[in-house]
Design a protein around this ligand. Structure first.
Ligand code: 13P
Ligand code: SF4
Length: 452
């Protein structure tokens, strides 16, 4: 589970202030202000504008998933009151601290590793998606859980929390472009087609197919897995969960992230030929019935726009410029990138690899920039840089700005719950079943996390 953070504001290093071990021409840390500095080399000029400039627009906003189509029914955030939009960073931080102090144990703030520093400093728990799901289970006494992450994480917390607890997402537009690449209609259609295609294949006592959804998916997809003998996985436990699924099924339908599915199954010895891709826009997902019958893992055509930016060329450049560099990438990266890296692992794995390095080490890391720049700032004994020289945060994690956090907390102080995320009772029961299977399959797969 994630670890409750003891706040020591005075001696905490800040992003972008690592001692000069990093070549500034290669590394551009996000500024610790309300927006990413306009002088940074960034993937999108919109990053220099305030987050709320994008709330009413039908896009994910600036950052890595800007070009991904936003589903028509994706939640939109209403206008943030001017008092928050116009406040300085210092004023917002002070208002958040005051509201938190007033609320005391009535509220718990959970923060994902990819959140910006001016959110992380207020988090009671910091972790990856698995650790934060566990954290939601452990804060049964809080009236409200404010989830500084993205929509699917808040839904998961609501599924695991007591019914009376309110789970709040500070900005409703903080979705996940990868999660949005699979929806229940397409998955149910795929399921029917695959079952029909493999109906005549010889059985062996196991189910013909087991659905496995990555945590990064809507609650109704987790519920689909619960109803159909399936399970949820996260990047920190995908191998154990796939093993669980292989014991019970002849094949696995893995959604929405093709890369996590492929990288994990490959490491378990599944050949690429046994992993056809399912494109929901095509009949039979673009496959022959035989390919589906022969499959061990059918991979959904989804990806993370942050992690697909990492390339083999970036790794080659890092190795040329920093001989001996230790390259670690997240398993949401494409397989050739994982192959070219020295290691791959979840955000918590990366954190622990850096924390555990005994000697001063140069790390080139392939994951979200906020986490990498925080690690660089907190570990001046190492040289740490992001493989991608361009600042390109996760568009939707970036949506959680301190202005929204101050707003939801001050509304709570006034007795109003805004931006509550709820999962309907039916979906919640089935989704909980799939989550509980994961928690039972890998109860302690992730050691306690800490502040990144
Ligand atoms: P983890 O939190 O499982 O490391 O996944 C990273 C991610 O992309 C979250 O959206
Ligand atoms: Fe989704 Fe990728 Fe952002 Fe995670 S980093 S929330 S998977 S878009």
């Amino acid at each position: 589970m994630a670890v409750r953070i003891a706040h020591r504001r005075s001696n905490r290093p800040q992003a972008g202030r690592a001692r000069g071990r990093i070549d500034p021409a290669r590394f551009h840390a996000p500024a610790r202000s309300n927006t990413i500095s306009a002088t940074s080399v960034s993937c999108d000029p919109g990053l220099s504008q305030p987050t709320w400039s994008f709330d009413a627009l039908p896009t994910y906003g600036p950052g890595a998933s800007l070009a991904d189509p936003l589903p028509a029914l994706a939640p939109r955030q209403g206008a943030l009151p001017a008092t928050y939009r116009e406040a300085s960073a210092e004023e917002l931080a002070a208002r958040i601290r005051t509201a938190k102090a007033t609320l005391g144990d009535r509220v718990v703030i959970l923060g994902h590793f990819y959140q910006r520093d001016d959110i992380v400093e207020h988090a009671d728990f910091l972790g990856d998606s698995f650790q934060l799901a566990n954290a939601a289970l452990t804060v049964q006494d809080a009236e409200a859980i404010v989830f500084c992450g993205v929509h699917f994480m808040a839904e998961t917390a609501d599924v695991l929390a007591r019914p009376e607890q309110a789970v709040i997402l500070p900005n409703l537009a903080a979705g996940c472009s990868m999660a949005d690449m699979a929806n229940i209609d397409d998955v149910e259609a795929a399921w029917e087609q695959i079952l029909a295609a493999v109906a005549d294949s010889p059985g062996d006592g196991r189910q013909p197919i087991i659905p496995v959804t990555y945590m990064n998916s809507a609650a109704n997809l987790k519920a689909f897995c619960g109803r159909n003998g399936g399970i949820v996985c996260t990047s920190s436990n995908a191998a154990a969960v796939l093993q669980w699924a292989f014991e019970r099924g002849q094949r696995v339908l893995f959604f929405p992230d093709q890369h996590l599915g492929r990288n994990t199954a490959r490491a378990m010895g599944v050949p690429d030929e046994a992993m056809p891709m399912w494109n929901p826009a095509l009949p039979l997902g673009g496959n022959s019935p035989q390919a589906l019958a022969d499959a061990r893992v059918i991979l959904w055509h989804g990806f993370c726009s942050v992690h697909r930016r990492f390339t083999v060329e970036q790794i080659a450049r890092a190795r040329a410029e920093y001989p001996g560099v230790r390259v670690i990438v997240h398993p949401e990266c494409p397989a050739p990138v994982v192959d070219a890296a020295d290691e791959s692992g979840s955000t918590d794995y990366i954190l622990k690899a850096v924390q555990g390095a005994k000697e001063p080490t140069t790390f080139a890391i392939g994951t979200e920039i906020n986490m990498v720049s925080r690690l660089a700032a907190q570990h001046p004994e190492h040289t740490i840089f992001c493989l991608d020289p361009v600042v390109c945060p996760c568009s939707t994690m970036y949506r959680i700005h301190p202005g929204y956090l101050a707003w939801v907390l001050e509304e709570l102080v006034a007795g109003r719950v805004v931006n509550r995320i709820t999962v309907g009772d039916d979906a919640s029961a089935d989704a909980r079943l799939a989550l509980e299977r994961m928690l039972a399959a890998v109860p302690s797969a992730t050691p306690p996390g800490g502040k990144a």
